[in-house]
Design a protein around this ligand. Sequence first.
Ligand SMILES: [Zn+2]
Length: 309
Amino acid sequence: MKSYSLLLMMIAWLTMGLAPARATDLAATFNMNDLLHTYNMSCAEQAALRHRNILPEHFHGRPQEFLNPSEALVIYSPALTREERQEAEKLYNSIPKYALPIAWRGGAVYVFTRRGIVEAVPALAIERDWFEDFGLYMEVERRMYVPFEKGEGFDWRNGHMTAKRWVRSARDQFRVINHETGHMIDEMLGAYSYGSLEEDGQYRLSNRPDFQAAIRSDLARLASPRRPIPLARIHKLGYYMPYKFNGVRLGIHDPQRARREVFAELWAEVQGYNLNKLYEAYPDSFKVVKNYADFLKKLDADKPACEFN
Ligand SMILES: [Zn+2]
């Protein structure tokens, strides 16, 4: 590393914890050499990079319709009803275009299934959870799953479960797909960020000092008498809260997982999918996530648009 970039990095670290940096200031906290290199690649070079970054199946027995030999960015299950298929295309189109190139090169795949995540990953048909309708960014495969229907009533047969009925999901899937995209961006843009390495060996934006400082300031407010929303609502938002902060019980996750969930949900809210209005609980963290989104948008501007199929 050249010494001037080390100096920039040190200055960046010193200031990162104090106030959220503007998007224009963020460049000093990223490995711009590597990042711009990927943005300036030809479309063929980007496709080759994607090929290298696509992960092999993690769970044995991926069905043929989910193998994706063309390495497309999106897979629509052939089992989707016509209405579900149309909805899936709308969901896919709701992802901001500037989030797609880094997803493409990073080997990400969006997978729309009709019936739970088990439809695409049958090896998981050993737990009821995988018949549910929640979305998921499965890091070990770099695949984002969005199922349309959830299973009900379970039978065990030959060592795996089957569902008796499937019912349409009532979730706001526009929020879901953008939340899962947030997890993917947390990891894929985080890989180019300084100060993003956590003890678990993962590089994530949600580990950065500026995000951690913002979340601590938001949590200190939530745990204090001057909290911006009532404690009952904080507990309802417990999926996006750590167990405790300053001795006050808030939510259901360990601090690192809570940070990741807050990041993903605020990413969705930055795109306008804000059913939970989490930004009211996390105003400082929201600003930081917005800065990352603006930074990514700027990186993508005026770059050659490549076909993703
Ligand atoms: Zn999540």
